[in-house]
Write a protein of this length. Sequence first.
Length: 332
Amino acid sequence: MEEVKKFKRIGVLTSGGDSPGMNAAIRAVARTAKHYGMECVGIRRGWQGLITSDFVILSADMIRHILGLGGTILYTARSEDFMTEKGRLKALGTCKMLGLDGIVAIGGDGTFKGALELSRLGVPVMGIPATIDNDIGCSNYTIGFDSACNTAIECIDKLRDTMQSHERCSVVEVMGRNAGFLALYVGIAVGATSVLVPEKELDFEKDVVEKIQNARLSGATHFMIVVAEGAGSAIEIGARIKEAVGIDPRVTVLGHIQRGGAPTGRDRETATRMGYFAVKAFAEGRSGSVICTQEGSIKEIPIEEALKMEKHLQMYRYDILEAISAPGINFH
Ligand code: F6P
């Protein structure tokens, strides 16, 4: 029988854009490591920290009360150096020097590309998907998405109060990089007049002008247009609305506020589950995978395969929005 590799000390890092729930994942990794009799070292500033030997021993005190804390106590970065062989060899040196038997990397696609390269140098790795964009192909859900949605929804609800009072049009830009998951989810939840996403080619007349006109005809006196950052600039959309419809919209770019704040229950729970399963895999001698959620359950998908997987925006959600928002004059 093949002997199961014994993991005695592991590292954990967060890399790429931070997302609410990363701390919950760090805590779960460190506590599960303890459960299996492993030591856990925190690598600060993502892959860059592995190159520069920037580490901290994750003591019980360090991870106490971080379950509900936004951001990441380990800091995060996007490392150019790790993209070079020289950088990765230095990182390998740090793993050897610290006696790390494996690394849990928490982040998005860029983080997993780094993890794959490190695994090719012989370091066992496990990935945990965390990004507010929810744009990781292998996993239905990524840590931070729910929190970011709720933050955006709270902000837009506030905007709506003042837009309604002044009978204005609001154009709100939300994050999401090249994906429209955040914008569409938020748009449905705030009852947006229209949502513009990168996955759907913009027909300005149909998607914006007609939607505003229909909403007006059904009695609306204020309008909410949600723009995914990947679909274009809210400032430009606002200017086009002014020109085409003759109303003067107010533009808000929500920006990094969406990445902050306490994680929601869903993000804390998912992060804890994923952190646990990542370390359990090490304890059982497995590595080289991303911990994913698929139809609610946890799956381990080999990193190389995970990186090739695609996830498409569920267009039925767009259809729901089309059916419900801006119903037009026949509504009564
Ligand atoms: O990937 C998370 C994200 O917040 C994207 O939604 C956004 O496009 C990007 O990061 C912003 O990156 P930065 O923090 O470098 O400005």
